[in-house]
Design a protein around this ligand. Structure first.
Ligand SMILES: Nc1ncnc2c1ncn2[C@@H]1O[C@H](COP(=O)(O)OP(=O)(O)O)[C@@H](O)[C@H]1O
Ligand SMILES: [Mg+2]
Length: 339
């Protein structure tokens, strides 16, 4: 597979991105869990190959770090085509999409990350491109304006989003199928940690893998990040291998508790419990109370807090649950709210 990174993509090489790249599964066999999705994707790709047609456009959604970008890589690899990567924030104008679409080869995969951030003007260029591989170009302005239609290569769009609710219905309907990636079970997270440890050359015992897994928020990216931090800690302490004790110490240093909660998670819960009497409270107020961005709270922290049943969203706003209060060591104020 040949991966072309177009200029349009902002490439910042943070430590996390480098880690993502190093540990990214290279084949479907390395891609742990999500069995149903893998099976469905393989059927879709196999059928497309048989018909010698481009595969249907696919939409991947779910919280960050669960393997959406990795799937895009694997799809292109399985199809034996090139992958072009861009994101909803990079495609600002109709012309941006035009230049990327015309640069594709026949059968290529175009991956648009954070697709919910595409603006209307860009979406409108994408519709005909997705439907019949045509690009409408408007030349001139006002009454002299003319539309020119050009043929595009037959490509497959793979789009990813953490916020499916922000996609318009017409846009969503243009995908052949959408897949919701779910949190991983602890067994799968353990497998991912063991595989990553092998790739990074980290000696780690089974119990330590378990300790890291239980603090990993059921999320592969978090698991890999914690493994790396634990490895760094073990190195500083001159330990040859990572044991459960070392792993616990390292997580303690990072202020990550046994449920995988970080400081910010606890701040969110505490703000709801203490400042807002347990809720319901709007996202804006929570964000203001802890000086964190609304989007970050909603996309990064809340999905996991809801998953473990510490926080719930109601029509009136966020509430902390009884379990959430107990975890903080706070007595729930109004039992009726928390049921
Ligand atoms: N199913 C999986 N098996 C093994 N590792 C995975 C899996 N899903 C994700 N990862 C790891 O987690 C990292 C983040 O995955 P990524 O595809 O970038 O997530 P997303 O795009 O959903 O935020 C990857 O680099 C990879 O190392
Ligand atoms: Mg991604």
């Amino acid at each position: 597979m040949n991966v072309k990174m177009p200029q349009l993509t902002p490439v910042s090489r943070s430590d996390d991105q480098i880690l993502d790249q190093t540990l990214r599964p290279r084949s479907f066999d390395d891609y742990v869990g999500q069995e149903k999705i893998k099976e469905n994707i393989r059927i879709i790709l196999g059928a497309a190959r048989k018909r010698k047609e481009p595969a249907e456009h696919l939409l991947l959604h779910g919280p960050s770090g669960l393997g959406k970008t990795t799937l895009a890589y694997l799809i292109a690899k399985e199809l034996g085509t090139s992958l072009k990567i861009t994101s909803g924030t990079a495609l600002e104008k109709a012309g941006d999409v035009g230049s990327i679409l015309t640069s594709l080869g026949d059968g290529d995969v175009l991956f648009i990350d954070e697709v919910h951030r595409l603006n209307r003007a860009v979406e409108e260029v994408i519709y005909p491109a997705m439907e019949n591989f045509k690009l409408d170009i408007i030349i001139g302005k006002g009454i002299a304006a003319k539309t020119l239609q050009i043929d595009l290569p037959r490509f497959t769009l793979v789009a990813a989003t953490t916020k499916i609710s922000l996609l318009s219905a017409p846009f969503r309907s243009r995908f052949g199928i959408d897949f919701r990636l779910d949190f991983y079970d602890e067994n799968d997270v353990e497998k991912i940690i063991s595989r990553s440890a092998m790739l990074l050359g980290v000696e780690i015992d089974k119990k330590a893998v378990g300790v890291i897994a239980s603090a990993s928020r059921f999320t592969p990216r978090v698991a890999n990040r914690l493994l790396k931090r634990v490895r760094d800690y073990a190195q500083i302490k001159d330990m040859q291998s990572v044991t459960a004790i070392v792993a616990k110490e390292a997580l303690g240093m990072l202020e990550i508790d046994s449920c995988g909660l970080e400081n910010t998670d606890r701040k969110i819960l505490k703000a709801i419990a203490v400042n807002f009497d347990g809720g319901p409270v709007g996202l804006k107020s929570v964000a203001a109370a802890i000086a964190e961005e609304e989007g970050t709270i909603e996309e990064v922290y809340e999905p996991y807090l809801m998953r473990i049943g510490f926080l719930a969203r109601t029509s009136k706003g966020r509430i902390i649950t009884t379990a959430g209060c107990r975890h903080l060591g706070i007595e729930p104020k109004n039992e009726t709210l928390f049921s």
